[in-house]
Design a protein around this ligand. Structure first.
Ligand SMILES: Cc1cc2nc3c(=O)[nH]c(=O)nc-3n(C[C@H](O)[C@H](O)[C@H](O)COP(=O)(O)O)c2cc1C
Length: 259
């Protein structure tokens, strides 16, 4: 099974052992020599938000590998403030049903625990947000149809059909800086998934229904549900997955001094 997933070593995790670490590293290098490795630029560039997945399952060993790689993320003082709850199968199904029920019947009763978006938008973010929305809805053939937009929003709570969902949480007793650490960890997951030929969609939509998630999962009170990540195989026939979002030229967001 692991043959089609580059560098995945089918070993269970356990306490750190130098012998095991180096044997895993050597095997990874062998896999790279065999042409299985993905250049990091390529993994980063191939990442995009996928919003329709195939039902093809993802082996737990592959999810485990992605998380093990992602956990090499740096964090101030190496505090590693994240905890991830991975769902598949019946656990995923139960969670999705509860979320869809809440989002359909009682959306006003739910609020996220942290403000992901500003209450007042400023330029150029406002225009970028509009363009992002227009791009997604255009790819789906949705014009100014509120019901269709609502339907697309609800699709978040199916993980866009991905067979695996990751609920990413952060220890609330820490401070704002921990959001930086968490963001780096999240990006590592997204990129490590691409290196396995998989795709993802980060989803702040789950933060709204943290109470529902808590009722389904053993998420302790001192954890903030920051977002979820849908993980699976891209449905190449889905028009929304063909959307490649724009980026500004480097000169628009960086200035160079003293070169
Ligand atoms: C933390 C985070 C949360 C996001 N939440 C959602 C979400 O709830 N639903 C969704 O469809 N896309 C979500 N996105 C995807 C963004 O819309 C997407 O990353 C952005 O439009 C850029 O497109 P790209 O990922 O294809 O490069 C989220 C992205 C991030 C990083």
């Amino acid at each position: 099974m692991a043959e089609s997933y580059p560098n995945v070593v089918l070993e269970s995790s356990g306490p750190f052992s130098a012998h095991r670490f180096f044997s895993v590293t050597l095997r990874s290098q062998k896999a790279q020599k065999g042409g299985l490795s993905v250049h990091v630029d390529e993994a980063i560039r191939s990442r995009k938000s996928v919003r329709r997945f195939l039902s093809t399952s993802v082996p737990i060993s592959v999810v485990h590998h992605i998380l093990r790689v992602a956990a090499r993320a740096p964090s101030g003082n190496n505090v590693r403030p994240w905890k991830v709850y991975v769902v598949a199968g019946e656990a995923r199904q139960r969670l999705c049903e509860a979320l869809i029920d809440a989002a359909t019947h009682e959306p006003d009763r739910h609020r996220p625990e942290y403000a992901y978006y500003p209450t007042t938008w400023v330029e150029p973010c406002l225009e970028r947000r509009r363009r992002c929305g227009f791009g997604l809805y255009a790819s789906l053939g949705i014009a100014r149809d509120d019901a269709a937009r609502e339907h697309q929003m609800l699709r978040n709570y199916t993980f866009f059909k991905a067979p695996v969902g990751l609920l990413v949480t952060l220890d609330r007793r820490l401070n704002t800086g921990s959001f930086i650490n968490l963001g780096i960890f999240i990006q590592n997951i997204l990129v490590a998934a691409c290196a396995q030929g998989l795709h993802t969609c980060a989803q702040e939509a789950f933060a709204w229904y943290h109470k529902v998630a808590r009722a389904q999962m053993p998420i302790s009170d001192h954890k903030i549900l920051a977002c979820s990540i849908a993980l699976g195989h891209e449905d190449l026939s889905a028009p929304e997955n063909a959307l490649i979002t724009e980026r500004a030229e480097v000169e628009a967001f960086a200035s160079f001094h003293g070169f």
